[in-house]
Design a protein around this ligand. Structure first.
Ligand code: HEM
Length: 413
């Protein structure tokens, strides 16, 4: 615990008021307590854009503390690297998002090479067809549950295309992925931990089979590209390949589902902005996507280890402790964004941090952008009017912000 900063700053992220709308709390915190320590999370939280963006880019903070000498609170270490979940530790904490240079640089370079072998634009036609088919069904009924019927199928098609996974296997992979990411949340129970461990083992076995098959029959998918990835004679070994495939699914799927859902909810709450999008869906989709990512980011909090004793914005930070970077708050900082609480699909100056910054900047951002552009443009092209058709059900988390269900009533253009 850090002396002098043990108060909770009225920060209750699991309260229903906060889950419904965290932004008034963030606004107050930015003014009154922009930096605070929370003993439950064992994190020093930062709320301002300058701090969040600055720390993401500063190498004195990292996602990996293994191998860094000095004292680390054993409980905090065990929570991050749980010994009782060895397979989870090996493949989830072993994936490149949880490494730092030079190991991170090497793996990211190989992965980036594989990602850029195929232009992101090649995914657009299949994504558009998926969005149109979902909207046609919804229009016939005059209603849809937008998370299951719209926000989920679009990223699933992307993953199927990206990894070359048969459609029938996808629900299983997504279910494993949900189990795996629970360990990142503070509220994870022992039973959920055991389920996560089992999910990683099953996922590893599944990918092993895919590797065998792709070695025999290479295709244009990411797994084949990762097998072929070669930078100056450097290659990924099997553990690295498996960890990267699991990471791609975990990192790419849930955030995109939530981003589509959050965007539709934002547009339902602001009919004028939806009218604006309808005037030029394709032309506005790019800026609208960035604004929706800023306005209600699907990933709201990332942690960093403090790798050396240092002072940041007047706050002493000790080596071996952790900071919590509140992306949702940074994206609403009035010091950076004009009228931050307003959804403005034409916003030009929009340096949001929803894809992160620095060495871990989202490697899938170009793919995510295409998915979101298609989702919002197709919706505004086909739908004349829409509104909530019941109460949305929220995911209860500080890390992920999104919905389990979003019932909508809609009529066609
Ligand atoms: C709206 C959707 C998405 C959002 C908001 C998002 C956000 C992020 C953020 C904030 C990070 C950095 C984490 C950190 O700094 O600790 C990240 C990293 C990453 N993302 Fe995404 N992401 C999205 C979609 C995707 C997709 C579609 C893929 C893959 C197909 C993907 C793959 C990755 C990977 C592999 C990393 C790790 C990069 C590294 O550590 O170098 N993401 N993402």
């Amino acid at each position: 615990m850090i002396e002098g900063r043990t108060d909770r700053a009225d920060f209750d992220p699991y309260s229903s008021a906060f889950q419904h709308d965290p932004y008034p709390v963030y606004s107050r915190l930015r003014k009154e307590r922009p930096v605070f320590y929370d003993p439950d999370w064992e994190l020093t939280f930062f709320t301002r854009h300058a701090d969040v963006a600055g720390m993401l880019k500063d190498r004195r903070f990292g996602r990996d503390i293994r191998g860094v000498t000095g004292d680390i609170d054993p409980r905090l270490y065990a929570r991050n690297y749980p010994d009782h979940l060895p397979t989870w530790n090996r493949y989830i904490r072993g994936s490149f998002i949880d490494l730092e240079p030079p190991r991170h640089t090497r793996l990211r370079r190989l992965v980036q090479w594989a990602f850029t072998r195929r232009s992101t634009e090649t995914y657009r036609p299949r994504l558009e067809a998926t969005a149109s088919a979902a909207l046609e069904t919804a229009i016939e009924r005059g209603a849809m549950e937008a998370i299951a019927e719209y926000a989920t199928p679009i990223p699933l098609v992307m993953i199927a295309d990206l990894l070359g996974i048969p459609q029938g296997d996808q629900p299983q992979l997504v279910s494993w992925s949900h189990d795996i990411v629970r360990v990142f949340d503070q509220g994870c129970t022992a039973e959920e931990g055991a389920r996560a461990e089992h999910a990683v083992s099953a996922f590893v076995e599944y990918i092993r089979q895919v590797l065998v098959e792709r070695r025999r029959n290479p295709g244009s998918d990411l797994v084949s590209s990762l097998l072929a990835a070669n930078h100056e004679g450097d290659r990924l070994d099997d553990d690295e390949l498996i960890a990267t495939c699991i990471l791609t699914l975990n990192a790419g799927h849930e955030a995109t589902v939530h981003a589509i859902g959050n965007g539709l909810l934002a547009l339902a709450s602001d009919p004028d902005q939806f009218e604006l999008l309808k005037t030029d869906p394709a032309g506005l989709a790019e800026r609208a996507t960035d604004e929706i990512l800023r306005y209600d980011s699907p990933l709201q909090m990332f942690e960093r280890w403090v790798l050396t004793d240092l002072e940041w914005s007047g706050t002493e930070l000790e080596h071996g402790t952790k900071v919590g970077l509140l992306f949702g708050s940074a994206n609403h900082d009035e010091a950076v964004f004009v009228e931050p609480e307003r959804l403005d699909l034409r916003r030009i100056d929009n340096p949001h941090v929803s894809f992160g910054a620095g060495v871990h900047y989202c490697v899938g951002a170009p793919l995510a952008r295409v998915e979101l552009e298609v989702a919002f443009a197709a919706f505004a092209t086909r739908i004349e009017k829409f509104e909530l058709n019941g109460e949305p059900e929220r995911v209860r988390s500080l890390v992920f912000r999104g919905m389990r269900s979003l019932p909508l009533a809609l009529s066609p253009r």
